[in-house]
Design a protein around this ligand. Structure first.
Ligand code: SF4
Length: 402
């Protein structure tokens, strides 16, 4: 294994895609982010394909995967933890085999997509937030549990074009077990924290939206939060030059959380009647933005949540989450994924593939959807890419291989 010494790398371990990871930091394993450290410490060499838990050649494993897919009446492509190129290959495989396709984060992604489809939204990019935001309201999230370096890369930066970064006002509204320490400004100013449990955010955010819209609110408290506090928050948002309302759909994990997201995005719409505000959906992992985009532009529909019970074979791709597997009892499972996958029981077929950004080059969309970044192989290996393995399976299905 060699480590490429001559370039900066974009880290694909979360949706932030920090593109300042030096080859030297990878070689020395020195990171300011635990997720990145874990990602670049992965060992992906010395693993061969398996069929029914037994070592097999790549050709044998491809034959077994094709045979399992041929027998299936309703296969499912799932996990789909990969990059743009891998997503394209999976969409093709799904079309070829008549399979449905989903993603490991489909349920939380759908909370956002329902709002985008039904109402539309006004959202911004990380660059705009870095250059303009003077008030940042985090709703139900600390962001850093998902995107560790959010404050370092976007908020407490040295320079911004249209605002003074160190003077930004950080406010947390609701959420469970938040880490608010990163919200402390460089000069030691504590963020404002308006506490309420995540499950109460539906009513709290609805009242905030009403107050921003100047609707009469007669209650004095909502879910334990003083309405006077929310009135002050509404006034702060209205007075901001560029308020940014941030959420992470994974952190809004209660029934009909899309309605909370809609109240957030419609609050943004209301603010934009007289001032300037934007929404920012953060989080992202396992290439979810990339896979959803590729699926949408190739199929014309967004990716859906899995209905495991409706399928009789699963192709599972877990390149960025080696520990992730389909629900127990799902079979047969064909794993085209992380060489360091962790199995409780052996899948029907296991073909280790290169992880984009670690073993091979690739490409991903950042969580704000505004840019794609190239992923360069940090520790190149000779593992086949997902695209190559899918092509072999398709050729086998077409009878092109002996
Ligand atoms: S914040 Fe995300 S993208 Fe940035 S280094 Fe950490 S895991 Fe990688």
């Amino acid at each position: 294994m060699t480590i490429q010494q001559d370039s900066m790398h974009a880290c694909p371990a979360c949706g932030l895609l920090c593109d300042d990871i030096s080859a030297d930091a990878i070689a020395r394993q020195q990171f300011s982010c635990g997720k990145a450290a874990k990602f670049y410490a992965r060992v992906t060499t010395g693993v061969s394909p398996q069929v029914a838990g037994q070592p097999a050649s790549l050709a044998e494993a491809v034959r077994a995967a094709a045979a399992a897919l041929k027998q299936a009446a309703a296969p499912l492509v799932a996990g789909s933890s990969t990059d743009v190129h891998g997503a394209r290959a999976l969409v093709r495989l799904a079309q070829h085999t008549g399979a449905a396709m989903t993603h490991i984060n489909a349920s939380s992604t759908l909370r956002n997509m329902k709002v985008l489809q039904h109402r539309g939204w006004q959202t911004t990019t990380l660059t705009e937030v870095r250059n303009r935001a003077d008030v940042i309201l985090m709703i139900g999230t600390d962001v850093v549990s998902h995107n560790t370096r959010f404050f370092e890369r976007v908020v407490w930066v040295d320079e911004a074009m249209f605002t003074e970064p160190a003077a930004r006002q950080i406010i947390y509204l609701g959420g469970d077990q938040l880490n608010t320490q990163p919200g402390v400004s460089p000069d030691g100013r504590a963020p404002e924290v308006i506490a309420c449990a995540s499950e109460h955010l539906p009513e709290v955010v609805a009242i905030l939206r009403a107050l921003v819209m100047d609707k009469p609110v007669t209650a004095t408290t909502v879910a334990g939060v003083a309405v006077s506090t929310l009135k002050t928050l509404a006034a702060t948002l209205k007075a901001a030059k560029y308020a940014t309302l941030v959420w992470v759909s994974k952190d809004l994990h209660y029934d009909h959380a899309e309605l909370t997201i809609e109240n957030i995005t419609e609050t943004v719409v209301a603010l934009n009647q007289k001032s300037r505000a934007m929404g920012l959906s953060m989080g992202g992992s396992d290439g979810d933005t990339s896979v959803n985009y590729a699926h949408t532009w190739l199929n014309g529909v967004i990716i859906d949540a899995p209905a495991w019970e409706s399928h009789d074979a699963v192709v599972w791709v877990n390149s960025y989450s080696p520990q992730a597997m389909p629900p127990a009892g799902t079979q047969p499972v064909i794993v085209l994924g992380a060489p360091d996958s962790i199995f409780e029981s052996a899948p029907a077929v296991f073909i280790p593939v290169a992880t984009p950004g670690l073993d091979c080059n690739g490409q991903q969309f950042r969580v704000d959807g505004s840019v794609t970044l190239p992923l360069t192989a940090a520790k190149p290996t000779d593992l086949p890419t997902l695209t190559q393995v899918v092509a072999l399976i398709e050729a086998q299905l077409q009878g092109d291989l002996a």
